[in-house]
Design a protein around this ligand. Structure first.
Ligand code: PGA
Length: 254
């Protein structure tokens, strides 16, 4: 059985103290309210990572992740943070390929393939994001776009490496817009992604891959989305900044 995951993406929000107090609310609620085998992941800015990992000790249903790493192992890259550094504070995951990184920082599939290798080499599990823009959907290119993102971004990984990945389908037009994909639209793409994985690796690998949905996911729409056979959880932006909302989404899998 593949893992059910609800991951929060704090993006560039919350100062150090705000982040710690939100996380402390989250861990307490997880302890009191989560009865299933799902995992909650919080992806914070680098600043919070070390403290969050310390606070998560003893809570096996809460894990911590970063939102980016540099593609190189180390060196003269002023202002950057390496995978090894992220791993050294005990973080488990890293979001890669988020559409905001693709759009505002020019990250393309080729660069993301290198970042993915670097993350895996250092023992981090990538949450690898893919998804089409509104223009691409309107031009009915969404399947092609996703096929290319998979092929160029992650399909050259070995089976063993690929098995460490979590994928996240995030239609760019649904991120932070309040416009969610319908559960049918999301399921259609998730099933397509799983089929592509089966074609490139095997049915077994496809069946074991956790595929999250992201884009204006909230406590109201999560139950219907997560009830779809190929949707294994969510990548949550805005709603992950409120402990009650985030927990209610995690609790869908109770
Ligand atoms: P959103 O963001 O939930 O605020 O739409 C999702 C994401 O960007 O991962």
């Amino acid at each position: 059985m593949r893992k059910k995951i609800v991951a929060g993406n704090w993006k560039m929000n919350l100062d150090y103290n705000e982040g710690l107090s939100l996380f402390s609310e989250i861990t307490n609620m997880v302890k009191d309210e989560i009865t299933g085998s799902q995992q909650a992941v919080v992806c914070s800015p680098f600043i919070h990572l070390h403290s969050l990992v310390q606070m998560a000790k003893g809570y096996d249903k809460v894990a911590v992740g970063a939102q980016n790493i540099h593609q190189n192992e180390s060196g003269a890259y002023t202002g950057e943070v390496s995978a090894k550094m992220v791993k050294s504070v005990g973080a488990e995951y890293v979001i890669l390929g988020h559409s905001e990184r693709r759009q505002y920082f020019g990250e393309d599939n080729q660069l993301l393939a290198v970042k993915t290798e670097t993350a895996l080499k250092n023992g981090l599990k990538p949450i690898f994001c893919i998804g089409e823009t509104l223009d691409e959907r309107e031009a009915e290119q969404h399947f092609d776009v996703i096929r290319t993102q998979l092929k160029e971004g992650v399909f050259s990984l070995s089976t063993e490496q690929f098995s460490q990945l979590v994928l996240a389908y995030e239609p760019v037009w649904a991120i932070g817009t309040g416009k969610t994909a319908t559960s049918e639209q999301a399921q259609e793409i998730h099933a397509f992604i799983r089929e592509e994985i089966a074609n490139n690796y095997s049915q077994e690998v496809a069946d074991n891959t956790t595929i999250l949905y992201g884009g204006s996911c909230n406590p109201k729409n999560a139950p219907e989305l997560f009830a779809q056979p190929d949707i294994d959880g969510g990548l949550i932006g805005g709603a992950s900044l409120k402990s009650r909302d985030f927990l209610d989404i995690v609790k869908v899998f109770n």
